[in-house]
Structures are given as C-alpha cells and as structure tokens.
Write a protein that binds this ligand. Structure first.
Ligand SMILES: C[S@@+](CC[C@H](N)C(=O)[O-])C[C@H]1O[C@@H](n2cnc3c(N)ncnc32)[C@H](O)[C@@H]1O
Length: 258
C-alpha cells in the first residue's frame, strides 16, 4: 500500500490560520516535512511519534535543495508513510509547491493539495488593509521583489494600472522595487506599507508614501518575513484598524476559545 503526501499550506504565521483540512492532514501524518516560515506552534499539533524533518534555511546553513526535497517526499511515501509537507502561506504561491506536485505526479505517488492562507492577502488583512475595496481598488497584483531589475520577469509597466500591488520578498531590493513602481507611473505620494511578521504578536507595520518607504523601512530595521502593499487601499487602515496596534487576526484575551 503506497503512502500519500499532503501538500499543506500552513498559513501566514499564526498557527490557528491553518485550515481545518490542513490540520487534519497534519495530525494524520507519520512524517512532517516543513520549512522556515512554518510556525513552531503548529508542529505541536502533529502526532508525538511523527518524524519531523526540517528542510528550510537556518543561520549559516543552506536549505535542502528542491530536488532533494522532492526525492524525500517520494521516498517516504514509497515506504508507505503518510507525509505532510507543510509550507508557509499557500504552497502554490512562491512556495515551489507546484514542483513538488509535479514530482509526485511523475512518480505515481498519491497526493492532495491543501491550499493555505497566503501572506499576500493575510499580511495586509492583519494590518487592517483589504487588498480590494469597493470604489477604491478593484484589482490586485502579487509580485515577487526578488529581482527588481527593469528586465525582471515582472510586467512593471502594467502594475501602474492595478489598484493594489502586493510584493512578497521585498526587502533585499526595496529601493529597486520603489524605483520600478515610480517609473511605471505610481506617484511618490501613493500610500504604501511594509508589514513584518504579520499575524504574529510581534507584527510591525511601517507606513510611508511610496517615495519614502524604502528609507522608512531601513530606519525601522524590518526583517523578513515582510510584505509590502502599495495603493490607495493602504489609507483604509486608519478606519479599519483604528487604535489597534497588534494584528487584526488576533482574538482579544477575553475572547480566547479552548
Ligand atoms: C517564499 S515567499 C512564500 C509565500 C507563501 N507561500 C505564502 O503564500 O504566503 C516568502 C514571503 O512571504 C511573505 N510572508 C510570509 N509570511 C509572512 C508574514 N508572517 N508576514 C509578512 N510577510 C510574510 C514575505 O514577503 C516572505 O518574504
């Protein structure tokens, strides 16, 4: 009897933001393969006898190469194991989940895809920003900030026609990102925000006009994981978040559930 691989989105950070289906798959697993952005608290919900395999980057140590992860999933499933491959956010949004699914498909291993709550939507939400809002923004683009050169695989010129731009992995080239968006036609006064460790109690938010965002983020010393949002929807924050400083995804202490 072959095993099975569950490709599960772990959500953006807060362990409770995994889906019910994702949690059930995690609890059923003999083996949990997880990476850096998966909240440690989530692993506590795995069976105590489950094998836990970390494949992410850690200080000074490179992440396991993607091909080796693919092989590991196939190998454990061939041993008849139930494998939960836990990935931060959604497995198919900048998560290389598609590559893992293709490897499993090619090897004839049964697998299930369990979408997760992506940081592209959850990080703005946790800061009080809806990515679309009637009469403010009817479109949203999600881009990677990994390469912000003019020749990068991102249609920069098209972005100015989008209501909202969400950028994942924005920090290493934040100045370049702002430059590309300004060239594309966004005004320097366009509202923009960077959200660090969204949905977690340590969440930090830096808001500044697009032309000043990079300097403000550097001053504040934001670190990954951080998501950037650019567009008029950022202005809604003051009405939605009001005086709240923590993540809007957090229940107040008096409303805890068992
Ligand atoms: C490699 S991408 C993976 C995205 C993930 N698959 C998803 O759907 O959210 C990693 C990027 O996601 C964003 N991200 C993930 N978790 C985040 C969080 N808690 N707060 C802010 N941004 C986050 C950051 O931009 C980070 O650099």
């Amino acid at each position: 009897m072959p095993g099975i691989v569950y490709l599960v989105g772990a959500g953006p950070g807060d362990p409770e933001l995994i889906t019910v289906k994702g949690l059930r798959c995690l609890q059923a697993a003999d083996v949990v393969v997880y990476d850096r952005l998966v909240a440690p608290g989530l692993l506590e919900w795995a069976r105590s006898d489950a094998e836990r395999i970390y494949v992410g980057k850690s200080r000074g140590v490179k992440a396991m190469p993607q091909e080796a992860i693919n092989r590991l999933l196939v190998e454990r499933a061939r041993q008849g194991k139930v494998v939960c491959r836990l990935k931060g956010g959604d497995p198919f949004v900048y998560g290389r989940g598609g590559e893992e699914a293709m490897a499993l498909q090619a090897a004839g291993i049964p697998f299930v895809v369990v979408p997760g709550v992506t940081a592209a939507v959850a990080a703005p939400a946790a800061a009080g920003i809806p990515v679309t809002h009637r009469k403010v923004s009817a479109s949203v683009a999600v881009v990677s900030g990994h390469d912000t050169s003019p020749t990068a695989d991102v249609p920069w010129a098209v972005l100015a026609r989008m209501g909202t731009v969400v950028c994942l992995m924005p920090l290493s080239q934040l100045e370049g990102l702002a430059e590309r968006l300004l060239e594309a036609g966004f005004g320097p006064d366009t509202p923009a925000v960077a959200i660090e460790r969204a949905t977690l109690p340590e969440q930090r938010v830096v808001e500044a006009p697009l032309g000043e965002l990079a300097a403000a983020v550097r001053r504040a010393g934001l670190e990954p994981p951080t998501t950037v949002v650019v567009g008029e929807v950022v202005r809604l924050r003051r009405w939605i978040a009001g005086e709240r400083t923590g993540p809007l995804t957090e229940r107040p202490a008096s409303y805890q559930v068992p």
